[in-house]
Design a protein. Structure first.
Length: 266
């Protein structure tokens, strides 16, 4: 229990072992502390030096050489205060060089930032990014049958509710043999609109998503594979393709795709 809490201070497992050994033994030479901590003498010596820098261990010159003693545990609070000040100092230094780092980052120019994710955990990571990114709109083309083979429908509903809370505008082009138009949400129509296409004609094991400043491509083959692309021109291209597809779905809503009955014979 104590070791677990000490880990939260940023100490390593070996540093904790040496510190606890020094506290249990009292003032002792490095050999005895190393034996109690069950690590080799050279490593123990290096760790003791680190703990001295932290103010958690002190060194005493004895008749038979150097001995080390753990400081009062209250010094842990001083260690935290010192670490906090160091972090504030580091934060200030990073802030000073941040403009230069951003300039280097922006010099990448037209090269897109591409990330690759796998599995259901990858889907959840993307959903978290969407919710936290502040995106205002989502346009997607998805096959629910393939998606729900890997991702539970209830989780989809929970995720959708979070999008509703964020008032994110959604347009979805969907295909499915199992889930009809009645499955999709009817509430919050001002923020969400879904259009179903015939699954036998437009079945595909994947999904495309277009957001404010990035896009995603899914493959729902055996294991979900996700590619996330951050690049203005790529997003613009995919957005144009989606808009074109969205307009093309009109005939499936109006019924223009249905075969027309032949007129009366003359």
């Amino acid at each position: 229990m104590i070791e677990k809490e000490l880990l939260k201070l940023g100490l390593s497992e070996k540093e904790i072992k040496v510190y606890m050994a020094a506290m249990e033994l009292g003032p002792k030479p490095v050999q005895e502390i190393a034996r109690r901590a069950n690590i080799n003498r050279v490593t123990c010596y290096v760790i003791l030096e680190n703990l001295m820098d932290f103010g958690l261990v002190s060194q005493i010159e004895g008749d038979k050489g150097r001995i080390y003693a753990a400081e009062n545990p209250e010094k842990l609070i001083h260690y935290l205060d010192k670490k906090g000040k160091e972090l504030e100092s580091t934060k200030k230094e990073i802030s000073e060089i941040l403009p230069e780092l951003l300039a280097m980052f922006n010099r990448v120019g037209d090269k897109p930032v591409v990330r690759y994710l796998e599995g259901v955990s990858g889907i959840r990571d993307l959903q978290e990014q969407i919710i936290e990114s502040g995106t205002k709109h989502i346009d997607s083309i998805v096959s629910l049958d393939y998606a729900f083979e890997h991702y539970p429908p209830q989780e989809f509903n929970d995720y959708r509710k979070k999008l509703v809370e964020k008032k994110i505008k959604i347009r979805g082009i969907t295909t499915s043999k199992q889930y009809t138009h009645d499955y999709m949400p009817k509430d919050h129509k001002e923020h969400q609109e879904y259009r179903f296409l015939p699954a036998d004609k437009f079945a595909f094991p994947g999904e495309i998503g277009v957001f404010d400043d990035f896009a995603s491509i899914f493959s729902y083959h055996e294991k979900p594979i996700l590619i996330i692309i951050e690049h203005p021109q790529v997003v613009k291209i995919l957005q144009s393709w989606f808009d074109l597809a969205w307009e093309g779905t009109e005939k499936y809503i109006t019924g223009e795709h249905e075969p027309k009955s032949p007129g009366p014979k003359k």
